[in-house]
Design a protein around this ligand. Structure first.
Ligand code: NAD
Length: 501
């Protein structure tokens, strides 16, 4: 059985020389249901050993010039660009999403690397001459040291790439703890970063479960933690990490609403609802899971979605023509199917039932087809809970105000979208909605790398969003210098051309 290695001090390794109890997990191919590999779970002592490697590397890396750091990032960018299909295949093999979707994930991660290539510009400070007579003042930002990145299963390459390139560009060393369900993409990226010229120890990957996470949260050598995952774990990470004195950004779960006003282009809205509800089998933190139809458009919109769902092919993401892959594990598939049953029991109408969907793939895969529930009410568990699967719930309301109230009453605030042809209504929505990322006739409004990604309320603990300016700020700390140089020699008269020394 293939053992997925950690990546420590510039090399793949299945052994970390420090006390471990040999615990490990299984990594599945979700499209066949078979165990494809195993992955070791690091103990607290092993995490400590990796943090110490990173701490040693950080001491030298912070002194490497900005131009040299940028050149490593440019080289990393070239490797990802040249080998993007290889990375996409690794993602699909362990996550299950279709290859085109995996390639899209790689592209969005690559854009953060490209953003980080501009680190010399991003780290420019401020300078004020003569804040007092012959006294100058200037500000700079310095790296933190060792930072940890803890990532979820649903974007095994993109989420590490939201943080690692910027953290490294800022002069930090990183310890990544990827999801134990699909850990290989992070290892491949760390290896490519090293091939790009990153010194050993600056980017490490250690595998594990909650024991490794808690070890990172408690470790005095880890200065900051970037976490992405479900809300209960995000809350835990934020509380434990900040209690240990760390800077923490913990991005959590979501329940994203798409509001369709009566004047919307219903074909555009139906396409968007299908793409955003069922892409990646609904396992996206920006997936639309609640479709809010402002009457009288409900019946028409549902009919157009049903027509489109008839054309979605569920199957093995490696096979051409498949639109939607399996869910990540059998347990998760069963949990999502359980929500469908609960929705029906609560009075929702199952318009399209993904249970028992015909599949273009191995029967033992973790399948559940696109599912559409209508007449969902805010009290039902299909609405209150994050399902994280291919289940789209339609709620019907009578007015824009009722739609807005519904979105704002929800405890999550990651993404939302409004579909309308009324610019005034759209502008009102962007102003009034309590959600961090808003789409106007755009169903998945994921910000570009040069903006920052983050939700509100239970979708993010901490005050820094991911990447963009927030990312640079998160991975550095400010320093202001006030300086006076009174040179008693002051050089006298010298008509020579001034040169730098
Ligand atoms: P998860 O919370 O189960 O796991 C995330 C990470 O935390 C993994 O590395 C895992 O090993 C670790 N972990 C799990 N349980 C833990 C515990 N009890 N203590 C400490 N660490 C623990 O999330 P997941 O199932 O991998 O990912 C899906 C979730 O992530 C969804 O809720 C989704 O909305 C969310 N997500 C959010 C965003 C965002 O930007 N807000 C992006 C992607 C995914």
């Amino acid at each position: 059985m293939n053992r997925i290695p950690h990546f420590v001090d510039g090399a793949r390794t299945t052994v970390i020389e420090a006390g471990g109890d040999g615990r490990h997990g299984e990594v599945f191919d979700p499209a066949t249901g078979q165990v494809a590999a195993t992955v070791g779970f690091a103990s607290a002592a092993q995490v400590d050993a990796v943090v110490q490697v990173a701490a040693r590397a950080a001491r030298d890396w912070r002194d490497v010039s900005l131009s040299r750091r940028a050149s490593v990032l440019f080289a990393f960018r070239e490797i990802i660009n040249a080998r993007r299909d290889e990375l996409a295949a690794v993602i699909t093999a362990e996550h299950g999403k279709v290859l085109a979707d995996a390639a899209g994930e790689v592209q969005r991660g690559l854009e953060v690397v490209e953003y980080a290539c501009g680190i010399p510009t991003l780290l420019t400070g401020g300078f004020s001459e003569n804040v007092s007579t012959e006294v100058d003042s200037y500000s700079l930002r310095q790296p933190l040291g060792v930072v940890a990145v803890i990532s979820p299963f649903n974007f095994p390459a993109m989420v590490p790439l939201w943080f690692v390139p910027i953290a490294v560009a800022c002069g930090n060393a990183v310890v990544v703890k990827p999801s134990e369900k699909d850990p290989s993409a992070a290892v491949l990226l760390a290896q490519w970063f090293t091939e790009a010229g990153l010194p050993p120890g600056v980017c490490n990957v250690v595998h594990g479960d909650c024991e490794a996470v808690d070890a990172l949260l408690d470790h005095p050598g880890v200065r900051a933690v970037s976490f992405v995952g479900s809300t209960p774990v995000a809350r835990h990470v934020y509380q434990r990490g900040t209690a240990a004195g760390k800077r923490v950004q913990a991005l959590g779960g979501a329940k994203n609403h798409m509001v369709v006003l009566p004047d919307a282009d219903l074909d555009l809205a139906a396409d968007a609802a299908v793409n955003a509800g069922f892409g990646s089998a609904g396992e996206r933190c920006m997936a639309i899971s609640a479709l809010v139809a402002v009457e009288p458009v409900g019946d028409d919109l549902v009919a157009r979605i049903v027509e489109r769902l008839g054309r979605i092919r569920t199957g093995d993401g490696r096979r051409p023509g498949c639109d939607m892959g399996p869910l990540i594990t059998a347990a998760h598939r069963d949990r999502v199917a359980g929500y469908v049953a609960a929705g029906a029991a609560d009075g929702a109408k199952i318009v399209v039932d993904g249970r028992g969907v015909p599949v273009d793939g191995d029967a033992a895969g973790f399948w559940l087809g696109p599912t559409l529930l209508d007449q969902v009410t805010p009290q039902m568990s299909v609405y209150t809970d994050e399902i994280f699967g291919p289940v789209l719930s339609v709620l019907r309301v009578e007015s824009y105000d009722a739609a807005l109230e519904l979105v704002n009453a929800n405890p999550y605030g990651n993404g939302t979208a409004i579909f309308t042809n009324d610019g005034g209504a759209a502008r009102r929505f962007q102003h009034e909605v309590e959600v961090g990322m808003v789409g106007i006739n755009v169903p998945i409004p994921v910000p570009m790398a040069y903006y920052s990604f983050g939700g509100w309320k239970a979708s993010l603990f901490g005050d820094s969003h991911a990447h963009g300016r927030d990312g640079v700020h998160f991975f550095t700390r400010g320093k202001v210098v006030t300086s006076r140089w009174l040179d008693p020699r002051h050089g006298g008269v010298n008509l020579g051309f001034p040169t730098q020394t």
